[in-house]
Design a protein around this ligand. Structure first.
Ligand code: ATP
Length: 365
């Protein structure tokens, strides 16, 4: 298996920049998710790593070797597409073994490798079945089998679960991660679905308009979003923003919001007077009659184990995830208390997080 390193990778289609100067490393055996909305440049990044698209500039290294201009077939990479075309007239065994047959591998060795792969994917009982009668999940397993059987240096997957229904998808998310834990293949996985990325990946690159906004572990991206875009994209419901205008000084440990002093993690930068946003996740809010920060209940969504209550405050509508055992009247006034250790501050002009104690602990790349 192998490291994948990309340096200042850029792709232009005419005057349109699809990928802007991306740099990251996927270490040997790591699972990276490229996450972002449609059109943000995920597939283009993946296609450049695969060798299916030439970069406008930048470098791609596979296991330390510069492969930027190598043909796809010379990169020893397996690419799993969303709609992986299986050969309908062949059975499962022949579909999985096909890449090895094309390489001219002896039949006995193919047989052994196919059976090993099928056992790994738990489809050894359907090896002699025709692929045309298989359900979506099994078709994907066969598709994966065809990729794994070659034992490539790494896997690139482009929304491989995109066509599956929700139930199967959940099962496959679990299976893919399990498979990864067993074979430790360096993997880059494209998805627009934050739940897939959070559940499977060791690292996530969150993309927006061709730019990597943040690269980090799922935990870092959730707890320490580098930008308002990331804070808004990750989490369900996403992070709340309460806008206010102020300056901040290095060492400040509180802000003035709606005339109320709110404790925040210690600020590590002077910020001139500008529009700022306090970022608070719904799960870090609780209702407290004693809190001077007040709002009126706008609506609530009962979720069984908890509920999401929307509250209209002077700083805007905010959503709190609170225990399900209390009912609220629309218009009822509530006091809001935030967990001070979890609060982020953003500069609304740049969209970037203001450095604070919250962001101090970890650095990754
Ligand atoms: P999706 O999930 O919708 O595929 P994505 O994040 O994978 O989204 P890309 O497919 O990488 O996005 O496309 C990024 C941008 O580049 C899009 O605006 C797309 O229209 C544009 N693009 C991609 N390929 C080409 C091409 N061959 N010619 C011109 N523009 C392209």
């Amino acid at each position: 298996m192998a490291d994948i390193r990309i340096e200042n990778l850029r792709k232009e289609f005419g005057s349109f920049v699809a990928v802007q100067d991306s740099s990251f490393t996927v270490h040997d055996g790591e699972f990276l998710a490229l996450l972002g909305p449609s059109g943000c440049g995920k597939t283009t990044t993946l296609r450049m790593i695969a060798g299916l698209e030439l970069p406008s500039s930048g470098k791609i290294y596979l296991d330390g070797e510069d492969v930027t201009f190598n043909r796809a077939s010379a990169r020893d990479i397996a690419f799993v597409f969303q709609l992986f075309a299986l050969y309908p007239h062949m059975n499962v065994r022949k579909n999985i073994g096909f890449p090895l047959l094309s390489q001219g591998m002896p039949k006995a060795e193919i047989r052994q490798r196919v059976e090993e792969t099928a056992r790994l994917l738990q489809i050894d009982h359907i090896l002699n079945r025709s692929v045309s009668g298989l359900a979506g999940g099994d078709r994907q397993r066969v598709a994966l089998g065809r990729a794994i059987v070659r034992r490539p240096k790494c896997f690139l997957m482009d929304e491989p679960l995109g066509t599956l229904d929700a139930e199967f998808r959940e099962v496959m998310v679990h299976e893919l991660r399990e498979l990864h834990n067993r074979i430790h293949a360096t993997t880059v996985y494209v998805t627009h679905d934050q739940h897939e990325a959070m559940a499977m990946a060791d690292k996530i690159a969150v993309m927006n308009h061709g730019v990597i906004e943040q690269f980090g572990t799922p935990q870092e991206i959730y707890a320490k979003p580098a930008t308002m875009y990331v804070a808004d994209f990750i989490g369900s419901p996403p992070m709340n923003f309460m806008r206010f205008t102020s300056g901040l000084k290095n060492g400040d440990t509180s802000i003035l919001l709606d005339g109320v002093d709110v404790a925040v993690p210690e600020i590590h930068q002077d910020v001139a007077e500008s529009e700022l946003a306090l970022g608070v996740r719904p799960e870090h809010i609780r209702f407290s009659d004693a809190s001077p920060l007040r709002g009126a209940v706008y609506g609530s969504e009962y979720l069984g184990t908890n509920q999401v209550v929307a509250v209209e405050t002077q700083g805007g509508l905010i959503k709190a995830r609170v225990p399900a055992n209390r009912s609220f009247r629309i218009g009822e006034t509530v006091g809001l208390e935030f967990n001070p250790a979890k609060l982020a501050l953003f500069d609304c002009t740049s969209g970037r997080a203001v450095p604070s104690q919250l962001y101090q602990e970890t650095r990754h790349g």
